[in-house]
Design a protein around this ligand. Structure first.
Ligand SMILES: Cc1cc2nc3c(=O)[nH]c(=O)nc-3n(C[C@H](O)[C@H](O)[C@H](O)COP(=O)(O)OP(=O)(O)OC[C@H]3O[C@@H](n4cnc5c(N)ncnc54)[C@H](O)[C@@H]3O)c2cc1C
Length: 408
């Protein structure tokens, strides 16, 4: 197990500076344009693929960094560049992690390369769990997967919503109900291969922020996939369902379910995205406050402005520490006995919302215009308190973990 450290090693610093360079030179200058266009920034994703930032190798290297700091460091720098573009770059990773976590070696080897494509022909992937009537309440999911034993095929029907890259993805990972009696324990994940008949994009959402990232409904109308597309395989699913049925017979489980545990482990990454956006806005505000003069002196000479900057920086550093701690715990298999993953996401996302609003205030009228990036950063920051579990759900998870009562 790696010791917890707040110091990046030389190799990590090199990687951080490399990502920062890409964020500063390629992502940041393109941010306003793609925000206005509200389209997937394919040329930027392609650039990221060319330099190796958009690839499974890069993601896996950071993911398996034993210090736990690889992913938060990468996320912070990319999202410092721009949240919408960065989500377009890392969105595929969410689907890839779904396969890495639940898939067999063969499924990992077959599907993950198809999620990314290559530098000359980049592809993206989508992870589809949320539904119109199943957002925070994942257990009320309705998309159904039924096994057709004669053909060894699964048949999926339902509507997914809010899917990042939904409908434009080469590979979709879809969570569906295989046993409605078991609530969230009766869910399983499926690969929907490229060009599968019956999968189509529904509405594409026009959003408040992260507008360069494509978000859409995904409609599944009698989608048939081979048995081999069930992540983890049928045998493992049958064993898992049998265990869940047995536990249900015994009166339910008094511990967190596996899906919750997985979310807990992925939440620090979202916290790190929020830290990146908050830091970007803080830096703009600090620079502005030291150069903008009113009443014959830089506005930072006013305690009212200086104290805001002090609070902004303090919150950002505190958020990063919570994110790094949770990420280190997740990578090293330390149990989240106080829902430390949720804590980090809650604090970092609320910090990003607050800090970006403070940045607008410090820039005055300029902060309110699209001439300066802080209004975009503020719009972007609002997503962090919503996706991967809202702030209310994080509080619920933390409170129930502390109280030792089941989370659902
Ligand atoms: C831009 C974007 C991208 C997304 N990407 C993906 C994706 O790639 N894949 C995917 O599967 N999903 C994705 N999502 C979905 C996201 O995870 C959900 O929006 C989120 O989980 C909240 O669900 P909901 O929108 O249905 O809100 P609801 O669950 O309807 O919540 C509405 C409000 O009620 C509150 N609330 C609900 N239950 C409780 C409770 N028990 N106690 C207190 N308050 C409660 C919530 O906190 C919230 O404030 C994305 C969403 C957005 C906006």
């Amino acid at each position: 197990m790696a010791e917890f450290t707040m110091e990046l090693n030389d190799e990590q610093k090199e990687v951080r500076d490399w990502i920062h360079g890409f964020a500063a030179d390629v992502i940041r200058p393109a941010a306003a344009e793609w925000d206005e266009r509200e389209e997937t920034p394919w040329p930027v994703i392609q650039e990221a693929a060319k330099v190796g930032i958009y690839s499974l190798d890069f993601y896996a290297q950071q993911y398996f960094d034993p210090t736990g700091l690889g992913i938060p460091m990468a996320m912070e720098e990319l999202f410092w560049g721009d949240a919408g573009i960065a989500l377009s770059i890392v969105g595929t990773g969410l689907a890839a992690v779904g396969v890495l976590a639940n898939g067999t070696e063969e499924q990992i080897g077959t599907w993950i390369p198809q999620m990314y494509g290559d530098a000359n022909d980049v592809k993206v992937a989508a992870f589809c769990s949320s539904e119109p009537d199943a957002g925070s309440d994942v257990a009320s999911m309705r998309t159904r997967a039924v096994y057709d034993e004669a053909k060894d095929e699964w048949v999926l029907n339902g509507t997914k919503t809010w899917a990042t890259n939904g409908g434009i993805a080469n590979v979709h990972v879809v969570v569906a109900v295989v046993d409605p009696e078991l609530g969230s324990k009766g869910h399983a994940s499926f690969i929907i291969p490229p060009g599968t008949e019956g999968l189509s994009q529904g509405q594409k959402f026009k959003k408040h922020g992260i507008r360069a990232s494509h978000t859409a409904e995904v409609v599944l109308d009698n989608v048939r996939v081979p048995g081999s597309c069930l992540l983890g395989g049928k045998e493992k699913l049958d064993e898992r369902l049998a265990r869940a049925r047995e536990k249900a017979r015994q009166g339910g489980e008094r511990v967190k379910n596996a899906a919750m545990a997985t979310f807990e482990a992925s939440r620090p990454a979202v916290g790190a995205m929020a830290v990146g956006t908050a830091r970007a806005a803080y830096e703009v505000a600090l620079d502005y406050a030291t150069t903008r003069e009113q009443f014959g002196r830089p506005i930072v000479d006013n305690q009212g402005v200086a104290f805001q900057l002090a609070d902004m920086r303090t919150s950002i550093d505190a958020a990063r520490l919570l994110v790094w701690r949770a990420s280190w715990m997740a990578v090293n298999g330390k149990p989240f006995t106080a829902a430390e993953g949720s804590m980090s996401k809650l604090f970092a996302s609320e910090t990003a919302k607050k800090v970006t609003a403070q940045a607008i205030q410090i820039l005055g009228g300029n902060g309110y215009t699209r001439e300066y990036p802080v209004e975009r950063m503020h719009r972007d920051a609002a997503i962090y308190t919503i996706f991967e579990g809202t702030s209310e759900i994080q509080r619920l998870v933390i409170a129930r973990t502390l109280a030792g009562v089941p989370i659902r």
